[in-house]
Write a protein that binds this ligand. Structure first.
Ligand SMILES: Nc1nc2c(ncn2[C@@H]2O[C@H](COP(=O)(O)OP(=O)(O)OP(=O)(O)O)[C@@H](O)[C@H]2O)c(=O)[nH]1
Ligand SMILES: [Mg+2]
Length: 164
């Protein structure tokens, strides 16, 4: 199917993110392809969000938030991004350019042009996980802990994810 005809499901896990409406509005104005935005929320106080679907998370944890969003979504392409403003929308747009060519596109802090505002401790954890992933999977995945991801729905069809 041509990319222009595909529906993109953008899943955004949130836990007490007061500025989330700004991100929703920016997505709706910048992404011209047909899309749905699914906010999977675990906030103490239910946010009031316009022009996006709001799903109250029933399970616990970030990984499960993604899975709840995934099972609720209807798109051919699944996007995951953080709701705290740490991921740039223009990077998601660049990643969308690549999804015709690849099944999975990951945003990475550890490539040329990538950066993070993480503490030195967090940077070490990220580097350690990247190293362990390369060692175990023997795949050149630059940033396995990234929360900025794009994938074709087919990728998730025959696998059972068990986030912990
Ligand atoms: N639904 C849901 N969202 C979560 C949960 N934990 C975190 N989030 C959201 O998931 C996104 C990423 O979480 P963060 O806490 O920013 O994780 P991080 O970027 O690794 O950590 P920081 O460096 O502290 O920003 C944000 O939009 C959070 O609001 C959770 O348990 N459930
Ligand atoms: Mg964050």
């Amino acid at each position: 199917m041509q990319k222009s005809k595909m529906l993109i499901s953008i899943i955004i896990p949130t836990k007490d993110e007061p500025a989330i409406q700004g991100l929703v509005d920016a997505i709706n104005s910048m992404i011209i392809q047909s899309h749905e935005i699914i906010i999977v929320d675990k906030s103490k106080v239910k946010p009031n969000i316009k022009n996006a679907q709001l799903l109250t998370q029933e399970s616990d944890g970030l990984g499960n938030a993604f899975l709840e969003g995934l099972s609720h979504s209807t798109g051919d392409i699944i996007a995951l991004m953080d709701g705290d403003g740490s991921h740039r929308l223009q990077d998601l747009l660049r990643m969308l350019e690549k999804i015709d060519e690849y099944d999975i596109v990951l945003g990475s802090k550890l490539v040329k042009g990538g950066m993070s505002c993480d503490t030195p401790g967090r940077k070490i954890v990220t580097l350690a996980f990247a190293w362990i992933t390369r060692l175990v999977l023997w795949e050149d995945i630059k940033d396995p802990m990234t929360g900025l991801m794009l994938a074709r729905r087919d990728v998730f069809r025959n696998i059972k994810l068990k986030p912990r």
